[in-house]
Design a protein around this ligand. Sequence first.
Ligand SMILES: Nc1ncnc2c1ncn2[C@@H]1O[C@H](COP(=O)(O)OP(=O)(O)OP(=O)(O)O)[C@@H](O)[C@H]1O
Length: 274
Amino acid sequence: MDTRVPKVRVSNISKQFTVWVEDKEQVIRALDNVSFSVNAGEIVALAGTSGCGKTTMLRILMGLEQASSGTVEIDGNKVNGPGFDRGMIFQHAGLLPWRSALENVEYGLEVKKIPKQQRREAAQHYLELVGLKDFMHHRPNQLSGGMQQRVGIARALAIDPEVLLMDEPFGALDAQTRESMQEELLRIQQQTTKTILFVTHDLDEAVLLADKVLVLFPGPGRIHEIVDIHIPHPRTDTIAVRGSEEFNQKRYHIWKTLKTASTLQANPIPAEVR
Ligand SMILES: Nc1ncnc2c1ncn2[C@@H]1O[C@H](COP(=O)(O)OP(=O)(O)OP(=O)(O)O)[C@@H](O)[C@H]1O
């Protein structure tokens, strides 16, 4: 029996939202009995059709949303709200426009009450790590979308979280910038060995980056399958990875699975034969 405590343990998470539509109460079952665990240093992708609960799962992990039932543990400690052991990165970096890149990265450290000198050094270190050594004093509007996203990653890394949660982190970037950011993330993960969970609609991205892909189905949101990706690290030679049999087989398998799910959604099986 494996007695190691996983870095992240999600146990039987369900989440319902109650909404009012045209004066009628509706219950949306965003997540139903979701369980999985993630070991330290693993990268896990959440993939699935729109509305299957990916963002809700990430928000519960971050402590921004409370589950209706079930638990989330980090290193065996129950999550009850946001904490410095987790850092979140969104599709848009959401930088403070009046602050330089350096001051934006320092912001989280101010909140964490890190002394001035120490936070300046940490912010410089993480901006260098994401390749922005020469842009530390630029304001967000003087940076490209990819650079802004890198500042967002540096900001999340600077608080030294145990777990990085990324919600479609590269979704707003053009294809070329996106590819270079994926390579950056692989490089940063090699250096920092952070545990990462990320949401993506891009199956290439899921298989390229992740050690396992959680394939979610909607209505109610649930894990249909957990697909292990056996591509060895480091995966920095992304051309070789994308050309490998494992990459293409797993990508095709996940694509086919999700295609079946969306066909079922469009043509639901009649209740009497379900
Ligand atoms: N705050 C909320 N109030 C009511 N319903 C919500 C709320 N947040 C999410 N939902 C519902 O929960 C379900 C899951 O939403 P969620 O955003 O987690 O899905 P998703 O898989 O991330 O979707 P997408 O891929 O489109 O971003 C959806 O039906 C959505 O309408």
